[in-house]
Design a protein around this ligand. Structure first.
Ligand code: ADP
Ligand code: MG
Length: 239
């Protein structure tokens, strides 16, 4: 279990999150939804320890350092350098080398896992291709392969549906749901409310704080949506 308790995060004078609380369970597929600048990426990064909280904390039933070390993170595609001269295979292998540690070469098992991951996201035919030459949808699937190759128990994804067509989006949601059904904790930031309602077990509406959290049918109400997407209601909390 991952619990975010009364979290506040600032970047200098800019307050990104204030008194945000949330809970994520193994086997649960959660979607974080909210307008641009709402603090969604900040929430993921704080769970990962990439950003420090000014108040509150992240608690887990396991050791927090272990959790962070064993998490797979898929950052927003547009924050990455796609001109970097590596192939699809290299990027997927990074999911393994992150776990290998100092002075260990990838072995047979690593290559098998990488190939299986590339097949699962249907980019194995592109494995020799430089990442520069890929479309947005292909890039997203390569990032998912890298995530799968990590064999992590906690998966955090920042807008994995951006730049993908409807059919690919469905495949990605099905894949993530399967990961949750296999007992993993899956947390995804998305703008796609409809996909989140349809596929996720839990919705979190975020606008500088967690406005609402729970099962999609309970959370997706006109009042909660209004509260999340109109800035005049900042700070109110609804069940
Ligand atoms: P979202 O992912 O919901 O669009 P973010 O978590 O990226 O929102 O950002 C929340 C707020 O924090 C925004 O106002 C954004 O401009 C600000 N912010 C995010 N990252 C930084 C940073 N590295 N330095 C300064 N301000 C930042
Ligand atoms: Mg973001």
């Amino acid at each position: 279990m991952i619990e975010v308790q009364d979290l506040s995060v600032s970047y200098g004078q800019q307050i990104a999150l204030q008194n945000a609380s949330a809970r994520f369970m193994p086997g649960q597929f959660s979607a974080i939804i909210g307008p641009n600048g709402a603090g969604k990426s900040t929430l993921l990064k704080t769970v990962l320890g990439l950003v420090d909280a000014t108040q509150g904390r992240v608690v887990t039933s396991d050791d927090l350092r272990d959790l962070r070390r064993s998490s797979a993170y898929v950052p927003q595609q547009q924050t990455l350098d796609w001109a970097f001269p590596v192939t699809v295979w290299d990027v997927a292998m990074m999911g393994r080398t992150a776990r290998l540690g100092w002075l260990r070469w990838p072995g047979r098992k690593d290559r098998d896992v990488v190939l299986a991951s590339l097949r699962q996201t249907e980019v194995d035919a592109l494995r020799e291709r430089p990442i520069q030459a890929l479309s947005g949808g292909q890039r997203q699937r390569v990032l998912l392969a890298r995530m799968l190759a990590r064999e992590a128990q906690v998966l955090l994804l920042d807008e994995p549906l951006t730049g993908v067509d409807t059919a690919t989006g469905e495949k990605i949601m099905r894949l993530l749901q399967e990961q949750a059904r296999a007992g993993r904790t899956v947390i995804m930031v998305t703008h796609d409310l409809e996909a989140a309602r349809r596929w996720c077990d839990q919705l979190l509406l975020v606008n500088r704080t967690v406005v609402a959290q729970g099962r999609p049918d309970d959370v997706y109400t006109p009042a909660n949506i209004e509260c999340t997407f109109s800035s005049s209601h900042l700070g109110h909390t609804h069940a």
